[in-house]
Design a protein around this ligand. Structure first.
Ligand SMILES: [Zn+2]
Length: 496
């Protein structure tokens, strides 16, 4: 029976042994003349189908499942059926010319009898990739010829199984379910190797999905991730089919979960493109695309520019000033030495007492108790023309402390020092805000470009930039850092 499609089971196809052009025959003749180069090719007829094996018992099937699952934990290595990796020496995404070259030499090696497991694996890899490339180039006849030429050169039943599975999916894609069913009969439904099993599940599920048997799809790919043993190589493809089946059955959240799985394994962009190509789960795909747009829009809106860049830059200033105040206190305590030379006294002292002026003199009183030394921190004294603060020796000063109380300032000097540090750090903060702003503008432009692309893919408008609610923590903290020490100074001076 012939269906007339490019993947018609009723015909035999090959690549011409001399020029590689596709040739095919429907009749029983063995010598087929190439229409391109005139070479005569021998095309062996496919051997007749063996009778379909009797279905396994439930116990047998469960035991097989368990053995397959064990291969997830103990992968076969090297695995002649793992097709994820390109043959050695080939780029990750080879060009068609490189594929054809590799395919030609793989065929030549096989024809010359070089048929090690890895060489046969590479032959399958090239056959599947060349077929894919030919299909994308809309040459289905060439795709078919490559696959069937591989069948002729492959000795191992497992490798042939992989090619037959692909012939199933290609026939499904070519809307030829009759041929797909017959190609499927060439596959081994009870294989003991995980990759071969997963390849078979993919073929069965594609056939059932095309026939509208969505419950049947879920029966082979599992209702949830993990229901059946699936190796990484097939995880994305089977999750796509699961998503499509769930959505067709109206289970939207299960469809979303399956799309999530597929995106996690196969990457966001390729997965969504594949779903669209196969016409699977259109609603889940649209939701995912819209969610991507929303996520990208909110990521863009979170990039600080303008006042928000300043807010971010200001946030660290009060904290940094606090740290520096601590550093400034260390020499004040240990050496009675002030990195600011008591300059804050010039401002504070005239308001503290009659005749007082700065800079103030520092004195730190230490209590020695055995090996323990403690202090309440530095004390600050204003000088006048005649109180001796400016001129006394340290020993005299220590002895006269009780007479100098009225010239002492308690909290105001530290508060004033803190304000000084804030003022010194402010230009740095402004510079940092400028850098953040300029970086943010660039990052937003890039984000907008990406957003337009995602929105176009989703078929919606890119959301305009919105000023999201912000708590302005940086400004608030900075304002508090100014207000509190100012209040401390005002109170101390007012209460004297
Ligand atoms: Zn030819």
């Amino acid at each position: 029976m012939s269906t007339g499609g490019a993947f018609d089971f009723g015909i035999c196809a090959r690549e011409c042994a001399r020029c590689g052009a596709p040739i095919s025959t429907t009749g029983g003749e063995r010598g087929v003349t190439c229409r391109y180069c005139g070479a005569s090719n021998t095309v062996e007829r496919r051997s007749p189908l063996a009778a379909a094996p009797s279905p396994p018992t439930m116990a047998d099937e469960l035991a097989r499942q368990a053995r397959l699952r064990a291969q997830l934990e103990h992968p076969i290595s090297p695995n002649p059926y793992a097709l994820r990796l390109a043959p050695l020496g080939l780029r990750v995404a080879p060009e068609l010319s490189a594929l054809r070259e590799g395919w030609a030499s793989a065929k030549a090696r096989a024809a010359a009898g070089q048929r090690s497991p890895s060489e046969q694996r590479d032959l399958v890899w090239f056959a599947l990739h060349v077929a894919e490339a030919e299909r994308l180039g809309r040459d289905l006849v060439a795709a078919r010829a490559a696959l069937e030429t591989a069948l002729e050169l492959l000795e191992d039943a497992g490798h042939r199984h992989l090619v037959h599975c692909r012939l199933v999916t290609e026939a499904v894609r070519d809307r030829d379910p009759t041929s797909a069913e017959r190609w499927l009969l060439q596959c081994d439904p009870r294989t003991e190797v995980l990759e071969l099993d997963n390849s078979h599940r993919k073929a069965v599920a594609r056939l059932r999905a095309a026939g509208g048997d969505h419950a049947g799809v879920l029966a082979v790919v599992g209702e949830r991730e993990g229901d059946v043993a699936i190796v990484d190589e097939y995880a994305a493809a089977l999750a796509l089919l699961r998503a499509g089946a769930h959505e067709a059955l109206g289970r939207e959240s299960a469809a979303d979960a399956a799309v999530e799985t597929a995106c996690g394994v196969g990457g966001e962009e390729p997965t969504l493109a594949k779903l669209a190509e196969l016409g699977l789960a259109p609603r889940a795909t649209a939701r995912r695309r819209r969610a991507r747009v929303e996520a990208a829009a909110s990521a863009r809106d979170a990039i600080p520019v303008g006042a928000r860049a300043l807010d971010d830059a200001l946030f660290s200033v009060p904290i940094l000033a606090g740290g520096l105040l601590f550093l400034v206190t260390i020499p004040r305590c240990t050496f009675d030495a002030d990195p600011f030379f008591g300059v804050q006294g010039d401002l504070l002292c005239p308001h503290a007492c009659r005749g007082c002026e700065g800079p103030f003199r520092l004195y730190t009183e230490w209590t020695h108790n055995g090996s323990e030394h403690s202090t309440n921190g530095p004390r600050y004294f204003c000088r006048t023309a005649d109180n001796g603060v400016a001129t006394m020796s340290d020993a005299d000063f220590a002895a006269s402390l009780h007479k100098l109380d009225r010239y002492e300032l308690t909290f105001a000097p530290a508060a004033a020092t803190y304000l000084t540090l804030l003022a010194l750090l402010l230009p740095l903060a402004l510079w940092s805000a400028r850098t953040r702003h300029l970086g943010g503008v660039g990052a937003r432009a890039a984000a907008d470009e990406e957003l337009s692309r995602l929105a176009a893919d989703a078929g919606i408008e890119a959301p305009p930039a919105t000023a999201r609610h912000r708590s302005w923590v940086g400004f608030k903290l900075f304002a508090a850092a100014l207000a509190v020490p100012s209040l401390v100074i005002a109170l101390e001076l007012a209460l004297r």
